[in-house]
Design a binder for this molecule. Sequence first.
Ligand SMILES: [Cu+2]
Length: 90
Amino acid sequence: MTIKQTATIIVDGGYSPATVVLTQGVPAELTFNRINDAGCLDQVHSQALNFNENLPLNTPRTVTIDTSHTGEFDFSCGMDMFHGKVVINS
Ligand SMILES: [Cu+2]
């Protein structure tokens, strides 16, 4: 049996949910779905989690999360105004 953690984050003037909790060592994917054209949320990036995605409107985009380390890892919009985080617990 393959176990994978998945979460969908709705991008609608911010991130909902803004915090995603994952378990260390289990493969994980986050899907961002931007449903609102307002603001500058058409990019999402994270240096800590090593991703940088464009988010076309109403087009879900999935990123793979490295869960090998515990901790809290921020992601944000292209201009670093809106923030969310991934918490990886042991
Ligand atoms: Cu922004």
